[in-house]
Write a new protein. Sequence first.
Length: 859
Amino acid sequence: MPAPAGVLGFTPGDDYKLADFSQIKDYFEKLDAASDRVMVSSAGKSTEGRDMLVAVISSDANLRELARYKDIARRLARVHGLSDADAHALAAEGKAIVWIDNGLHASEVASAQQAMTLAWRVATDESPEMRAVRDNVILVLLPTINPDGLDKVVDWYRRTLNTPHQDSAMPWLYQKYIGHDNNRDFYMQTQAETRVLSHLLYEEWLPEILYNQHQGTWPPRIFVPPFPDPFNPNIDPLIMRSIDLVGGAMLRRFESEGKDGVISRHEFSTWYDGSIRTTAYFHNIVGILTETGHASATPYTYARADFPRELDDGISTSEPSTNYPNPWKGGTLHLKDAVDYMLTGSLGVLDVAAKYRESFLYGIYQVGARQIEKGKSDAPRAYVIPPQQHDLPAAALFVETLMRGGGEVHRADTPFTADGKVYDAGSWVVRLDQPFRPFAKDLLEPQRYPDVRSSAGGTPVPPYDVAGWTLAYQMGVRAVAIQTPFDAMLTRLENFPSVTGRIRTGPDSVQDERNARAHAIAAPGLYLLDPSANQAFAAVNALLAAGLSVSRAATRPSDGGPGWTHGAFAVVARTPAEAELLTTAVRQHGVVADLIGRPKVIALPRIRPARIALYRSWIANIDEGWTRWVLEQFGFQYTTVTNADIQAGHLTDRFDVLIMPSQSPRAVLDGHRPDETRSRQGPWNPVPVEYQGGIGESGLAALKTFVDAGGTLVAFDQASDLAIEHFGGVFTRVHDAVQRLDEKTFFCPGSVLRIAVDTNAPAAFGMAPDAAAFFAGSRGFETDDPSVVSVARYAPAGELLMSGWLLGADKLAGRHALLDVPYGKGRVLLFGFRPQFRGQPHGTFKLLFNALYVKSVGR
Ligand SMILES: [Zn+2]
């Protein structure tokens, strides 16, 4: 069987060598061809079209019975229809399914390289230990789950190798849209890779153990579980104890091999739901994370003198302690050292899975069965998502998201009563007596982050990621928790729900769907599209692209019918063909339109799509990528602009709107500075000169000129400081009320906060008056300038926190969350929060979308 070196021409981990995707794929295909212990396939495509490779490795006998073992794993994890005796019998028969993935964070280069060595070892090693692994375990090995990123990172390394820029920061994201946030997408599942992985994890394989490899620790050589607090209470305690078992076995293996610098219960908690490892917990899977040091093929000497005395959590870097009993003393590390640590971690997981095979198989059933029982005995029993929604397609997308993640959702066949209230037929019901109850519950209920302090009365300790995320809130979905038992005729959804658009034809008639279809003849006339659904904007973008005439109704005329809401899109279908286009768009996007009558009724200015510029910094900015992704999902065309484009000026000739994603003014103005010093431990050099610098003074002047001459600048969160600090004029009277408060006075790490929206403001057309804003160390504005329009304010202190953690609510309460600031002939839309954070807050997307049309006067 081919060893990696024989195929690659070098050994994975060799200095200055990184295999790219085609080399890794080639190796796995050769291994597959040579071995009946290895089966390699593609589970789908990445965002940029590369294969998502899956290598299944076990004994040839197990692989011959693979369908049977997969079926056992699925049935145990899904619980339904199994008795306890059935589960014991299946656990006795089955094989432990262990998932090991690599390369998610492509800049953490060692894991994708070690995958080849690991595969070869598991397939060929004839030691008693490895035979036991092959007999008892089916390894589902994913050589790289971010193949696009692997090629970007390897290409950048090769391009800068032996130059003064070797190991410099890559100036773009290592996943097309979301870079490092590709490990924050596992409940939302927006990206192609995430969707493939969710399907593999929660539909196809249902592994008992998942091991996700990263590289981000120093001075310790590796972090291995157990994890530190805080603990997410939705995770079953048996899962937490199983993590400790696997982590303990790994830790012991490291010490028995004499590998020093291994730390546990440090930094990486289990609170956050959304990384591949943590979302697994909410599916009763034992999720393991390691963070290995030294993420480069360039050797580097880590000097003891650079080590801090203590880590942030007080663990000494030199004195042995329970969680760090064998501190690393520094020295030179090679890529091979990281590869070796990862191999030890992987083999430790496989060994403990082989030894506890039956126990892990029964365990996933046991936890699932217990969760079903909790759903029957504990409140809430269910969540009802009624059809009366402000944005019904967004509610359907929420249900789809739950289902993609393996959640069970039902539909009510008839009206029913729960907690004394009547719900319509067609309501979606998320029963909590389901095996993945933790997953469903966690996306519907508010998170209450514990008040973690550095010491009694000390400063708050931020969460590892965000503190609260309640997806139903973020998406503006009305979901009602049902506290008591109820009876309803329910049918389990097999397919993702879709919302059929409706065209209403009479001023007072609200048709049912069948009626609407009968009336939805392609009749020319004036149609009003309800802007409360985000999909209305996608429909309008399609219609504008097809050349239809669209206006926006700023106010409701006295003779208007029910479709005349603030900001309704008035679409004129002049011909049967245009009416057909409109009908199709309405149906496809699941939105509501009213046929008002003949076009002569209308006297509103036409709109056209704004010419949108989206700023991209050479300090790769994930918020920029997410903005791109959201714009594309709803059919907004945009042009990416870099420093040079902005500095060239004349922006009004090319653009109507310029979007500045959240990024500090310093990063925007200066970018990578020529005198930049290292920002991380390990090999590092400054970026090539063409990627140094920001928009600078000339770019800032061009931005001011753009707005002054009539352009619209949209600034998210940190980027709003750019206008406040550097634009002068009206901005001298706009301040951020919370930025400079100390953390004991005001503190709000990633949380969901309530805002009150002025739905009469054009920037807020289509919004509900009450919305959830994603706040992450964000901004609350104050101004005494009467020309500034307040579009949204933070709610009163007692109602402000919806999910997460907030200290000093009174400091933010009533402050402006979104300001529309006139500046010269143009304006700046100043967002205090993140309206598009990680593609999740569908409830605030419209605050961005409304800014992306302009009057088509004279064009
Ligand atoms: Zn990572």
